[in-house]
Design a binder for this molecule. Structure first.
Ligand code: COA
Length: 280
């Protein structure tokens, strides 16, 4: 598909993508690079990252790779810092790393649930948190007026309910909450824009091969047109108002909430519990 964007729209930008070595993350890396960006990709499997970096470099894209797991804070920190060391700054963070497998709720262990939450939700927050210093306006390599950009890859599973995807539905619902809350807090304080994309199933990705393995793909084809499904925007209203719809007056300054929250917590832990009484 031909890009609708100007070929140099990302000229001079530096992007870091988790899960950038395969699937949707790799294609975003590739498209960013084709539009002028330098890209750093992070992933758990060294051979996948190495192959992806070679593929990007072979078409002239400045690319570098880091082996790392978004569940480990030190890996997140290292990938962000190495990206800045290599390319001089960070403009865009894409959180595309995700875990998934088909499993019924009754067969899913709490640890299986937690594993996907740790990768998708906590991992996304960890990456955002480590990248904040470089993405905020006035951060290293940035102007004092413009912040960077975060893109979180989500899904549509949790808009309703999805068979055998309770863990991923919960994880992506949390990712969407991160997107909105960071857009409010970091958009207001640091001029960082935070957005999400919820792609449909994309053929030839790890996600697709796990959610619709060939054993059930023919059945899935009966209910959805897989040639079109991941590629077009449909059935949504895109809000284009700079995040105004999220804004509301800040009732407490950040420094005040830091102190207040700790003292409220202490008070609540110290207060005698007593005999519970009905509030009805
Ligand atoms: N069905 C049920 N439970 C499963 C499972 C499956 N297919 N695969 C893993 N689990 C459970 C494990 O049993 C374990 O729980 P337990 O300790 O209670 O037994 C828990 O999940 C963790 O499994 P483990 O193999 O240690 O996790 P991991 O960190 O090595 O792997 C996954 C993480 C499971 C998410 C793995 O599928 C993965 O890493 N995928 C990455 C790539 C990917 O799938 N991308 C697609 C994105 S759409």
């Amino acid at each position: 598909m031909e890009s609708p964007f100007k070929v140099d729209i990302l000229e001079g930008k530096v992007a870091l993508l988790t899960g950038g070595g395969s699937g949707i993350g790799f294609e975003i890396s590739n498209q960013f690079g084709k539009h002028g960006a330098s890209v750093a990709i992070m992933g758990r499997r060294k051979n996948v990252i190495d192959d992806a970096v070679s593929a990007l470099q072979s078409v002239g894209i400045p690319a570098v790779g880091f082996e790392g797991d978004v569940r480990k804070r030190e890996d997140a920190k290292r990938a962000v810092e190495e990206t800045v060391k290599h390319f001089g700054k960070l403009d865009i963070l894409v959180n595309a790393a995700a875990g998934n497998f088909l499993v019924s709720a009754e067969d899913l262990s709490p640890n299986g649930f937690k594993t996907v939450i740790d990768i998708d939700s906590v991992g996304t927050f960890t990456m955002c948190h480590e990248a904040l210093k470089y993405l905020k306006k006035g951060g290293p390599g940035r102007s004092s007026s413009t912040g960077g950009f975060i893109l979180n890859i989500s899904a549509t599973l949790h808009y309703t309910a999805s068979w055998y995807q309770i863990h991923v539905s919960a994880a992506k619902a949390a990712v969407d909450a991160l997107t909105r809350n960071l857009a409010l807090e970091w958009g207001t304080d640091y001029d960082i824009r935070v957005n999400g994309i919820a792609p449909g199933p994309i053929e030839d990705t790890a996600g697709m091969s796990k959610l619709a393995p060939h054993e059930i793909l023919s059945k899935a084809r009966e209910s959805m047109n897989l040639d079109n499904v991941g590629k077009y925007v449909n059935g949504t209203t895109l809000v284009v108002d700079g995040g105004h719809w999220l804004s509301r007056p800040r009732h407490l300054p950040k420094e005040a909430v830091k102190q207040l929250s700790r003292s409220v917590e202490k008070r609540s832990r110290d207060s005698p519990t007593g005999v519970p009484t009905s509030k009805l």
